[in-house]
Design a protein around this ligand. Structure first.
Ligand code: 6YU
Length: 510
């Protein structure tokens, strides 16, 4: 009986990214028929965003299914919708356990316009890789005295020690330091942070990688979003409807046209107020950081605010460049840029205006070439990335052209077209994804995920629930983390009404 009443409850989901969609589908599949998704922008998908550029699908946001194996719900969904190519779905692909991808085949270019042989860069790259791996090990162990507070500080001090011991000439030594800098800048992109000095050494290993060789969607990641939307009842998503404030613990708010009193009222920018029994909030941690004082009324309790502040949310952007001819070798998968004037270990740039482009560690080669032609994807994180977003298209094109001419030593090379992402200036995201900032811990993610009112309150339970990738341990920062978090919150509501029929999994596609 309680469960049947539960099916009548009004659930508002704020945000139509992967987390919001996952929650909506799970509830609808369980028979909840008063579900509404409210989305600020004019599209579904959030940080999953595919652009059609000159007839090619480019991922402006999420690229890969990280760890495409049976444990990964995004992989299972994508398989069931038939969205992946055959190779990605093979048993063999799923069982490869190489932390996402085996090392990409690199081409190294230096700021004096020469190609640098892998023999010269490899020793430093190996030192770096082993230190990065060591950094992940501090999470599981009980370390009273950590060697450093941040991953950056740890890697830099150990790399200096290791490279200092080598009997090599000054030029080679400097080159090896430059290799470590480039790889630190690359890791800033992976972690989505300004500097690895901001990433917590103790918590770095909290992120869990799944087996499987990372794969992409041949028809674009957004195809998955379209399939999910089609499985929802028509018109349950309202677009262009930013939520201004979620009023919870309401006692005197009555829904229009009904005698029922609802504990939550969702106030939208356009003035509409939507009454609800439960609200699942799936906005990014970037939005929560910016709007923590205004998005909820009453304000969030101090422990939640503290955890929102403790966790990190940074920017990682892409710059796509298309060329008539490749300047890289046919087997090259990644291009690294080495700044020879960087004689100290550092992954930040001091004079943003003049040198922001030094933070761009290089490019991944878009493959297969039959699909993309000669296209590169540049990666840039941090404040330098945020600065880059605000440049005019002409300034950007000029800067990247000069950069490529300098590193290739070819004064005429010119990209045909340039396209960039701008996640920091997206008013409904304010950055790219979550990272474990110095001083934060798993408890911060748990605090963030805890519904309001907090346990022990006499008010109606489960008024505001928190989804989104930032609430997903150990998969924060990923699409599968976002999906799992959406399901988790939907199931919290389902099991509230039907504790004995709490489902292990649901969803017709799984
Ligand atoms: C992944 C990948 N990937 C690259 C780049 C980016 C991200 N990610 P959403 O924000 O999607 O949805 C919220 C909605 O709410 C949204 O639609 C808003 O418009 C709406 N909203 C906001 N305010 C509102 C309001 N007031 N009212 C109403 N609505 C409102 N993940 O799996 N593979 O390759 C990448 C990448 C450039 C920007 C990625 C990747 C991250 C995912 O995109 C992201 O987590 C999910 O899409 C989020 O979904 P959501 O629903 O939670 O929010 C050791 C260690 C290190 C740990 N890191 C490892 C790296 C892993 C991440 N890798 C990233 C790499 C790339 C390239």
């Amino acid at each position: 009986m309680a469960f049947l009443q539960g099916l009548d409850s009004h659930v508002v989901i704020v945000g139509c990214g992967m987390s919001g969609l996952g929650a909506a589908l799970r509830l609808v599949q369980h028979g909840f028929h008063n579900v509404r998704v409210v989305e600020a922008s004019d599209r579904a998908g959030g940080r999953i965003k595919t652009a059609l550029w000159g007839g090619k699908f480019l991922e402006i946001g999420a690229n890969w299914i990280h760890g495409p194996c049976q444990e990964n719900p995004v992989f299972r969904l994508a398989c069931n919708y038939g969205l992946l190519d055959e190779k990605s779905t093979t048993e063999e692909n799923q069982s490869i356990d190489v932390d996402g991808h085996p090392p990409f085949v690199p081409n190294w270019f230096s700021s004096s316009g020469r190609k640098v042989s892998v023999d010269l860069t490899k020793p430093a790259a190996m030192v770096y890789m082993s230190l990065l791996q060591e950094s992940q090990g501090f999470f599981a162990q009980d370390h009273e005295h950590l060697p450093a507070r941040s991953v950056g500080e740890f890697i830099k001090s150990k790399a200096l020690e290791a490279l200092g011991e080598e009997q090599v000439d000054k030029g080679t030594k400097e080159l090896r330091l430059a290799v470590v800098n480039t790889l630190l800048k690359a890791e800033c992109c992976v972690s989505g942070t300004h500097t690895m000095d901001d990433v917590c050494l103790k918590s770095f290993g909290m992120y869990k990688t799944l087996p499987g060789l990372d794969c992409t969607f041949p028809g674009g990641y957004e195809g998955l979003i379209r399939c999910m939307i089609q499985d929802l009842p028509k018109d349950i998503v309202s677009y262009n409807k930013p939520v201004k404030c979620i009023h919870w613990n309401c006692t005197d708010q009555k829904a229009k046209n009904s005698g029922k009193t609802f504990p939550v009222l969702v106030e939208c920018d356009d003035g509409e107020t939507i009454p609800a029994d439960h609200v699942i909030l799936t906005v990014s941690l970037g939005v929560l950081k910016r709007k923590q004082k205004t998005l909820l009324s009453p304000e969030m309790p101090p422990q939640k605010v503290e955890s929102i502040q403790n966790l990190g949310f940074g920017t990682n952007n892409k710059i796509f460049l298309e060329f008539e001819e490749p300047f890289w070798e046919p087997d090259c998968e990644i291009i690294f840029f080495l700044w020879e004037d960087e004689t100290e270990l550092s992954d930040v740039v001091s004079d943003l205006e003049r040198f922001w482009m030094k933070k761009l560690f290089g490019f991944t080669v878009m493959s297969p070439a039959e699909r993309y032609g000669h296209m590169l994807c540049g990666w840039i994180a941090g404040c330098e990335s945020e600065y880059m977003e605000a440049l005019s298209q002409m300034e950007l094109e000029s800067a990247v052209t000069q950069l490529i001419r300098r590193f290739t030593g070819n004064p005429t090379i010119t990209p045909k077209r340039v396209l960039r992402s701008q996640w920091y200036h997206d008013p409904y995201t304010y950055g790219s994804y979550t990272y474990v900032a110095k001083g934060c811990c798993g408890q911060d993610i748990e605090n963030l995920a805890e519904p309001l009112p907090l346990k022990g309150s006499q008010s109606k339970p489960l008024q505001v629930l928190f989804g989104g990738e930032a609430t997903s341990q150990p998969f924060f920062s990923t699409v599968h983390g976002a999906l799992l978090a959406g399901w988790r919150e939907a199931e919290r509501i389902i099991s509230h009404y039907a504790p004995l029929t709490f489902p292990e999994t649901g969803g017709s596609k799984l």
